[in-house]
Design a protein. Sequence first.
Lengths: 261, 261, 76, 76, 188, 188, 360, 360
Amino acid sequence: MAEQQITSEDIIQEENLVFDRTSLLTDNVFHYCPGCGHGVVHRVLMEIIEELDVQDKAIGIAPVGCSVLAYNYMDIDMQEAAHGRAPALATGIKRTMPDKYVFTYQGDGDLAAIGTAETIHACNRGENIAIIFINNGIYGMTGGQMAPTTLEKMKSSTTPYGRNIQQMGNPLKITELVAQLPGTCYVTRQVVHTPAGVRKTKRAIRNAFKYQQEERGLSFIEVVSNCNSGWKMSPNQANKWLEENMLPYYPTGDLKKPEDK
Amino acid sequence: MAEQQITSEDIIQEENLVFDRTSLLTDNVFHYCPGCGHGVVHRVLMEIIEELDVQDKAIGIAPVGCSVLAYNYMDIDMQEAAHGRAPALATGIKRTMPDKYVFTYQGDGDLAAIGTAETIHACNRGENIAIIFINNGIYGMTGGQMAPTTLEKMKSSTTPYGRNIQQMGNPLKITELVAQLPGTCYVTRQVVHTPAGVRKTKRAIRNAFKYQQEERGLSFIEVVSNCNSGWKMSPNQANKWLEENMLPYYPTGDLKKPEDK
Amino acid sequence: MAKVTGRIVVDTERCKGCAVCVPSCPFDVIALADEVNSKGFHYAYMKNPEACTGCTNCALVCPDAVIKVFRKKVTA
Amino acid sequence: MAKVTGRIVVDTERCKGCAVCVPSCPFDVIALADEVNSKGFHYAYMKNPEACTGCTNCALVCPDAVIKVFRKKVTA
Amino acid sequence: MSEEIIIAGFGGQGVLSMGKILCYAGIVQGKEVTWMPSYGPEMRGGTANVSVIISDERISSPIISEFDIAIILNQQSMDKFENSVKPGGYLIYDGNGITRHPERNDINIYRVDAAAEAARMETTKTFNMIVLGGLLKVKPIVEMEKAVEGLKKSLPERYHHLIPVNEKAIYRGTEIIQEVRKAKAEAS
Amino acid sequence: MSEEIIIAGFGGQGVLSMGKILCYAGIVQGKEVTWMPSYGPEMRGGTANVSVIISDERISSPIISEFDIAIILNQQSMDKFENSVKPGGYLIYDGNGITRHPERNDINIYRVDAAAEAARMETTKTFNMIVLGGLLKVKPIVEMEKAVEGLKKSLPERYHHLIPVNEKAIYRGTEIIQEVRKAKAEAS
Amino acid sequence: MGELKLMKGNEAIAEAAIREGADGYFGYPITPQSEVIEYFAAQQPEERTGMVLLQAESEIAAINMIYGAAGAGKKVMTSSSSPGISLKQEGLTYIAGAELPCLILNVVRGGPGLGTIQPSQSDYFQAVKGGGHGDYHLIVLAPSSVQEMYDFVETGFDLAFKYRNPTMILSDGAIGQMMEKVEIGEQKPRMTEQEIREKYPWATTGKTKDRERNVITSLELDSSKMEKFNRKLIDKYREIEEKEVRYEEIQVEDAEYLLIAYGTTSRICEKVVQLAREEGIKLGLLRPITLFPFPKKRLDELSGQVKGMLSVEMSAGQMVEDVRLAVNGKVQVEYYGRMGGIIPSAEEIVDALKQKFIGG
Amino acid sequence: MGELKLMKGNEAIAEAAIREGADGYFGYPITPQSEVIEYFAAQQPEERTGMVLLQAESEIAAINMIYGAAGAGKKVMTSSSSPGISLKQEGLTYIAGAELPCLILNVVRGGPGLGTIQPSQSDYFQAVKGGGHGDYHLIVLAPSSVQEMYDFVETGFDLAFKYRNPTMILSDGAIGQMMEKVEIGEQKPRMTEQEIREKYPWATTGKTKDRERNVITSLELDSSKMEKFNRKLIDKYREIEEKEVRYEEIQVEDAEYLLIAYGTTSRICEKVVQLAREEGIKLGLLRPITLFPFPKKRLDELSGQVKGMLSVEMSAGQMVEDVRLAVNGKVQVEYYGRMGGIIPSAEEIVDALKQKFIGG
Ligand SMILES: Cc1ncc(C[n+]2csc(CCOP(=O)(O)OP(=O)(O)O)c2C)c(N)n1
Ligand SMILES: Cc1ncc(C[n+]2csc(CCOP(=O)(O)OP(=O)(O)O)c2C)c(N)n1
Ligand code: SF4
Ligand code: SF4
Ligand code: SF4
Ligand code: SF4
Ligand code: SF4
Ligand code: SF4
Ligand SMILES: [Mg+2]
Ligand SMILES: [Mg+2]
């Protein structure tokens, strides 16, 4: 049969290329742990900026967290914020350069612990920016301490016997909170450990950029992701754990979406 | 008729006294502007502590705001917090002295602007304290600047042409936000410019102390009040304006109430 | 039939003349004095004492806690 | 009837052997090599290349963006 | 020539703006000026005061504790500032609410019952302009026209329709001010 | 007497805990010890190393750049530390993954293929104990029993059931270590 | 001559920023400097020049907003008073570490803690030694009049952009609240994006094909690179110390004693010089205008001329340390000061001078 | 002798706090000191002694939690590293202004900004001059070993309560991460409320009929009262400077040159002394243990004995200013330092010493 005659060499040809690393990722190797979702979100984000052809209009803000070095990978102008303050930087940038696409990229410790006030107020003011929020339920960079989003009974280096709700409170659904604020136009929760999840995340980020262009207000995209290192699991174990434990508490989907213009 | 014979002297007798200044208010004259609601809330709070007979177990935290000197009036042990940080102080106190009644007394600038993170996280952890939140829609102490709670189009010294939602975002309903958090057990909004309002506020504060004793979590009592000075109105004008403008946006009532034990 | 009558005593030196008590009184008992106290405030007084029922409304809203209320049952 | 076949190319030196691609493939094309790259990682390879349809699933989930996907229409 | 002035009264009496008008008038006349208010938390009530210096030369310290002229508009301020007037200096006060009248006799004392006059004129807001007029009558530290110019400069455009009534008040002040006591020359 | 040791390899190879056991053993023998790790952000992968000093006297600087003994467990560490061994010192390495073997001949070089041995023993976690055993064979900086005691002290109670297998690994290490090259005496 | 206006120091700052073509102000109210943002708000800078004005949710948000905008090459500023400035310390060291230009105004009030809202100079150490962590310096300007409040906005921005370093205007409640005559400058245009791209090629204006991406960061995980960066900063500070020292001398030529004072106290000390000279004491005044860089060299020179130096401060004695370091024991250096919001009188300073140096 | 353990500096601090009978720890993770809270968490201090442990939402929350608990007379502490300590500056000045005892650990890393996570001593100024606004001082202890990390918890709390003043332990990444042998003390009981009421009558333990209400505040709107309070603080700091100076001397008796170094660098300098003496250079080392109060008097004395002093720091030269102020020009004072997370080697310090003082 015809198929039998097709060799790998026939297929692996420039004209058959259907997926390649976006040129907006630099050549630097991610410093992330094997299997960490940060890399996927980085890639998807850069794909959107490439597709929209807005490299020269995009300004990103890296947080303090594992993605502190995001600027080593994203080939756009970037600033590195103080821990938790990315939304404030983004506000300063966007207000003085309203024609740029400004986004922050933040972890759950950064955004939902130390940066709570900046997050809530940027959302409440409806800053015309995008916040990309990687919720891995832990402080990855500093060695796996409890985050506000750490699940009940989940172990971390500061809750070695599991998060005790009585002591530490419930895992904080900050995304549900900001969805309440009139300043946010688009609030959604996504994942990137499955192909379908990645496709939807990409769509969400595309939406966020579109709404920003339309000056709709703040788009808030939570990505529930693994920190396999902090969780002390292999990447695939971690993704499974994520589905079984994180997603029931942090269900995916749109929490808020504006009418199409 | 018998009534005619009753003179003022007959009535004004110790045994007929039905309302007196609680002994838990000190003799100091409030430094507040004439007609300011802070004084009423101070009084009601001290009445509750007197009625519950817990003077020796009550620790209050004064904010930075017009009520910064609350400790001059309340005859209980008190601490004066840094601007916005009262919930953190209260956490430190309550955690190390769980048998005390700990409350914060905060303005809207203090609690909903600079103190947002401390407010949200104390509420989320369900600290077993009471937060008494005076929402007068403005920064009173510093001369009437916009607060997060300032209404749309409302004038303040930093919004002399009225609050512009496009620029400053919507007035923040922080009380609605904290009501979402599982850590709060009781969330209510009250007023003190009418006798009925005062009675309800008093009931609310009594509830808060009761829940604290029962270790139910955090009670959050918003009191919508006037800042006649910042609003540049006479006290009675201000109270009227409050009813017509503040209350439609900040409606009174319980947002959350625990089952009775 | 039992009826009640009341009176208020305003600490005029501490009253700030804010007038918040005035509309709070269901029986229009209170007014501000033409005179001022040593702080320059027109303090509150009972312009219509007989109408007072001792309901405490005025005291409840008084921001400076300067009103004492007395109430007495009177048998008609 | 038009059918598609595909192949992936893994940048083995940059692959971290996380194995996230492995379960993402609907056709069980991918496995980790017994060998390691210079970083010590067991990199991904096509253990079953003919089954690949070029669906890009693996590339979508690869955290290190080291998978290229090729697809070609084949007429049966 | 340098005049060091304190203006003191209740908040809301226009103490600060009177000082501003004086300063603006000084500027129009090419003088150096400083205006240094007392400030505190922004609650209503309480006293307000401002020290104003109007001088032909560069002003070194804007903070002064003794004054050539004191304009005193309530009892608290009388208690606080009567003794800060330099011997031979001027004290001008409004008698309204004053329970203890000034007692010094080494200074020149004038009284201008501006509150009563403003009430009579039914323009209570011009109270401070009446006082200003009185001041300029007894101590013409700036020229009268310059004061009116200063008034214009210190008022935002949208209040310029109020200038005539204020101007009138200033002139009224010159009329109603009364000498209480002249300074006795004391052995220095 | 003072021994200055570097232990270097991948994160996860037990580099840090090997150092800890040595230190505990030293403490049991009444010695002074310091254990100074390299540290960085907490991502997986990358190298880890720890400097250990075991001394009879108070240890001044815990930060050292030249070593009496280097225990090297991957190629990066070989590249980094081979030249930091003092002349006449000891270099002990695991051959697994080593592409460039040590070249110096003014130091004593030993090889202990602990990774392979641990795999053979099906106790990959005892890898570092095998290396430790090898070390103590060629440089008995602490007594063998003290090392086992150190192991006990450094393990939380709940892992004490693992002591026998680790002890075995230590002894295995003493057996499999091999001399590669003795230091040539050089003209000092 | 420009237009003359009567303004508060706090207002002059704001007016100057608008006229200087600043791109943004981000701040949070606090006494005694709330007039800065209030003046801006009344002026509607968006309409006057397109300048952005935003009341932030906190001082921390405000400093980080200017951190962001400064990274984009914008001319931005914030202001606060002591407690608010303490909150900005992390942000300030980030900005210094990222080498960004911006302007910060501190209208100092008395501390520690909530303290008093009255004027003070007790934030000197914080401003010049670095209240934040790490080795860095702010350029610190100390105005002593409302005119200088106005003028130093331009100077401050110029220095900030010249050295890519945050500049602080260290004022106090007296200068912030005081009104004086101010000569107002012309309105300058705000820079266009094109101009920013050309003048500040490091700014995050959006990566175009013709250049590498720009990254604003203060992070460096490699110690040897970090040390190199630290040395680069030190070199910059050295250069600033060589080139940018500013001070004013009053009757120093023949002085036998020297007062050192900045800001409000320097105004008082002008009068002290006058009073002392009336009594026949040859007194001079050196007023540092830049507190960092500090006029060390000049003081060192003067240590040969005078018999004693008196540092006059509204603090417990902070600048006096820099004076001592400058003269390194070559002349007696004393301190006189008041605290808690109290401004010393000229007379008491004369007394202090006599007591410390002349006897009795 | 107590039990011997092998511990990291960060762990020793936590163990010491539990055994010292501390009532609470409130902190936020940051490298290189996260082991402090992690050790606490593993130890479950609630169960061991009833001590409270709470991971706060931020450093600002943490310092204000200890502000609250300290006001209630509780023995509480927090810890962080440089950027987190910058965020605590407002809280620290409030605590100092409210005169409350508490313990703050700074495990310093290199700045400015996010900088590096490697060890540094570049927060010296912030710690000793006051990084927050207003005139105040922390008591600052500088441990140079894990044992001292342990021991200074007791010392720190003792001084804090004795003077009602916050105490800082100024450590660095090397000492925090390093393991050494530590002699562990006995478990002390936590104080009961009754004991607190008796010992700390100022504490907000709840107003009983037998005393006036207690108020913890740093606010004073009346300037003359505020100044009085400022003077009271100054008197306290003077007293501390007189009574609480601690330092260690190594081979100082016959020294012709003197190194001054604290913490990690003092360890290196011990070796420098040894190396220099091997070369016949009579070198000594003075290690300040308290940085505030600084051993000024002793240095002043030694300025008569030695020919030169070298301040060795992992900073751009901060402590050297205090050395210079102490000797006031009487002897040449030089600085040698490394930055960015680099720890100087003994050899390079010997070279620096020779070059600066001995020639070549
Ligand atoms: C002011 C300050 N506090 C704390 C830290 C230490 N720190 C660095 S990253 C981090 C948490 C990171 O967690 P998260 O935001 O969830 O990001 P992740 O690493 O999980 O992606 C912390 C606490 C810091 N650098 N600065
Ligand atoms: C860190 C800090 N920032 C700002 C201030 C100035 N400040 C004092 S009170 C206040 C706002 C008070 O408003 P609110 O909390 O609403 O209380 P109110 O006076 O209206 O009762 C501000 C901004 C301060 N003291 N400290
Ligand atoms: S520590 Fe966690 S978040 Fe960080 S790179 Fe590793 S897996 Fe990702
Ligand atoms: S300023 Fe407003 S809040 Fe403050 S006392 Fe006056 S009325 Fe009350
Ligand atoms: S409410 Fe109270 S203070 Fe106000 S007028 Fe009436 S009595 Fe006086
Ligand atoms: S007690 Fe009731 S009736 Fe009497 S004056 Fe007060 S409000 Fe009126
Ligand atoms: S997902 Fe990517 S990095 Fe991971 S094993 Fe597959 S190809 Fe390698
Ligand atoms: S492209 Fe699709 S079919 Fe081919 S390997 Fe990847 S996931 Fe499997
Ligand atoms: Mg995280
Ligand atoms: Mg308010």
